[in-house]
Design a protein around this ligand. Structure first.
Ligand SMILES: [Zn+2]
Length: 135
């Protein structure tokens, strides 16, 4: 499995599009976007978890740049949202799309489960690179 195959399995390319203005945070307010990528140049918190070696640094800036490299290969990384347009999973992918200047963002709505994966490289996270995860 290569990087492209990994992301295509993690993010099936069947999605809807939602205007960027319609996304909400859990407070019900409009989703917050960083003004530029340097704003994301901070070490990731323990809640956010680590990143794999492909990302180079454990910062959200490096993560968003990695997402840009995937999106620029033509692979969409949709955001999981609920019926209220609240972001369930994909806060950093949201930042990546916004910083690319996208105004319509690919989404999956009300999915009962999602694929979870850490890295496309074999052996980086246990035996399974991809697994199903429920909310
Ligand atoms: Zn990796």
């Amino acid at each position: 499995m290569n990087e492209k195959e990994f992301f295509l399995e993690l993010f099936p390319q069947e999605y809807e599009l939602l205007d960027i203005k319609n996304f909400k945070g859990f407070d019900g307010e409009q989703f917050y976007f960083a003004k530029n990528i340097e704003e994301l140049d901070i070490l990731r918190s323990s809640n956010e978890g680590g990143v794999c070696n492909c990302v180079k640094e454990n910062t959200n800036k490096a993560l968003v740049e990695y997402f840009h490299s995937i999106i620029n290969q033509g692979i969409e990384l949709p955001i999981f949202i609920n019926s209220k347009n609240q972001v369930m999973d994909g806060h950093h992918r949201m930042q990546a799309y916004n910083l690319l200047g996208r105004t319509e963002i690919p989404i999956y709505r009300n999915k009962s489960h999602r694929m979870h994966g850490f890295c496309w490289k074999k052996g980086v996270e246990g035996r399974r690179r991809l697994r199903h995860k429920t909310w």
